[in-house]
Design a protein around this ligand. Structure first.
Ligand SMILES: NC(=O)c1ccc[n+]([C@@H]2O[C@H](COP(=O)([O-])OP(=O)(O)OC[C@H]3O[C@@H](n4cnc5c(N)ncnc54)[C@H](O)[C@@H]3O)[C@@H](O)[C@H]2O)c1
Length: 386
């Protein structure tokens, strides 16, 4: 960032640690230009290497699957990271290795409530992402993606931060064009079981561009395609984790429909690199981030069976409602404007995920409690987490 995050003075870095012995703590007063100048001279004379601007970064949903890998990357890059999470699907375990680090903070907060902190960049990932999780409480999913996004955009406006929205390929719905490029407007059933998530993300995108046009907020929108890797929740319910867990436990691999529907999966480290490249770019229009290597669901089932070395059979079940038949990102824009493309081969990524799930099963076997999502509880018109 080229802005002092406290006073918004251009081209003066925020002295997160401070070179001055007396400037360890951030305070409004020390962030005056005079202090900054003296601090600079102090650093210069003492030839200290601390004159590096620190980016104050907030990751909502940072204790989740993608968010925790993004936390790792940004912490390693020297950011001061604040993870904001209500632990609906995220876990402290995913980021516990950073707890106690001076650049790391973990806040238990629901983005549906406003938040007032100082930040330069906001990665807004908070939202359940897998169908069982977002269908568990559709009203809460809608609130998180609408009110939650409004709150984060309000924060970005107040402190002059740049916000990256973790949007989704689900904004394309069950697509009529293939592969899907960013100009396609989508084919979404607004009242179907997936609508709380799909439409929630579509509105979230609309909000981003309204804030950009009306209030001058800098926004970045990543349309994320299916992603997999370590730290996916055991009960994630998406195809890769389902197949791996079923294969590891010798259970039948359940394929919904004939298995001819296609998906393209990217490994999580590729996605994280894409998110960071997008945040630091000047591309404000939506960008697809995904791996265009397309396979049928049946091919995935067979490959995972082979990699696990499992004798599980493949079981065909009736098709899920509104399940997209084809999904493949057109990533020409990301390649051209961000210089980004996925690099992790599918089998390599799958082997890492299989290793992770094997360990998780051992962890579970040691009597650790792993919560299972419950069906939506309809009681007098109210569900949990509203
Ligand atoms: N993983 C994918 O394949 C994929 C694909 C497309 C888009 N995305 C998007 O990426 C983001 C991260 O997905 P993920 O796979 O890591 O999911 P995840 O469920 O593992 O992580 C989501 C995180 O958000 C937190 N959260 C949910 N509601 C919240 C609220 N109201 N306040 C604060 N925190 C809240 C959860 O506790 C969790 O830590 C999501 O926005 C998702 O829509 C993911």
């Amino acid at each position: 960032s080229k802005t002092c995050s406290h006073l918004r003075i251009p081209f003066l870095p925020p002295f997160s640690e401070g070179c001055f012995p007396w400037s360890k703590q951030r305070s409004e007063s020390y962030c005056s230009s005079v202090f900054m100048f003296v601090d600079f001279v102090w650093c210069f004379c003492k030839k200290k290497k601390k004159f590096i601007p620190t980016v104050l970064t907030q990751i909502t949903g940072g204790a989740g699957f993608v968010g925790s890998h993004l936390t790792d990357k940004l912490m390693m890059d020297g950011h001061e990271v604040t993870v904001v999470d209500n632990f609906f699907t995220g876990r402290k375990r995913n980021v516990e290795h950073w707890i106690g680090h001076e650049n790391f903070e973990l806040i238990n907060h629901d983005v549906v409530e406003p938040l007032y902190i100082e930040v330069d960049q906001i990665y807004h990932l908070a939202s359940p992402a897998s169908p069982p999780n977002y269908m568990y409480n559709p009203i809460k999913t809608l609130k998180t993606n609408t009110i939650g996004t409004l709150n984060m955009l309000g924060l970005a406006k107040r402190v002059g931060a740049r916000l990256l929205l973790a949007s989704t390929s689900e904004v394309y719905g069950d697509p009529e064009v293939h592969p899907q490029n960013e100009d396609y407007w989508g084919h979404v059933n607004p009242i179907g079981p997936r609508a709380c998530y799909d439409e929630g993300k579509r509105v979230a995108e609309t909000m981003c561009y309204a804030y950009m046009k009306q209030e001058g907020v800098e926004v970045r929108v990543a349309r994320i395609f299916n992603t997999f890797g370590p730290r996916m929740h055991m009960n994630d319910g998406r195809v890769v984790s389902n197949f791996i867990l079923q294969a590891l436990q010798g259970e039948p691999l359940t394929v919904y429909g004939p298995g001819t529907q296609t998906r393209a999966f990217q490994y999580v480290s590729d996605l994280v690199n894409g998110l960071v490249a997008l945040m630091n770019s000047n591309v404000s229009s939506p960008v697809n981030l995904g791996n265009p290597e397309e396979h049928t669901i049946l091919e995935f089932a067979q490959l995972i069976k082979k990699l696990v070395g499992s004798g599980s059979e493949i079981q065909f079940l009736s098709e899920a409602q509104d399940d997209p038949q084809k999904r493949k990102p057109d990533i020409r824009k990301a390649k051209l404007l961000l210089g980004w493309e996925p690099v992790v081969p599918l089998e390599e990524g799958l082997n890492k995920a299989i290793h992770y799930f094997r360990k998780e099963l051992e962890y579970q076997a040691n009597n650790q409690y792993i919560p299972k999502p419950k069906p939506a509880r309809m009681k007098k018109g109210r569900t949990r987490h509203n």
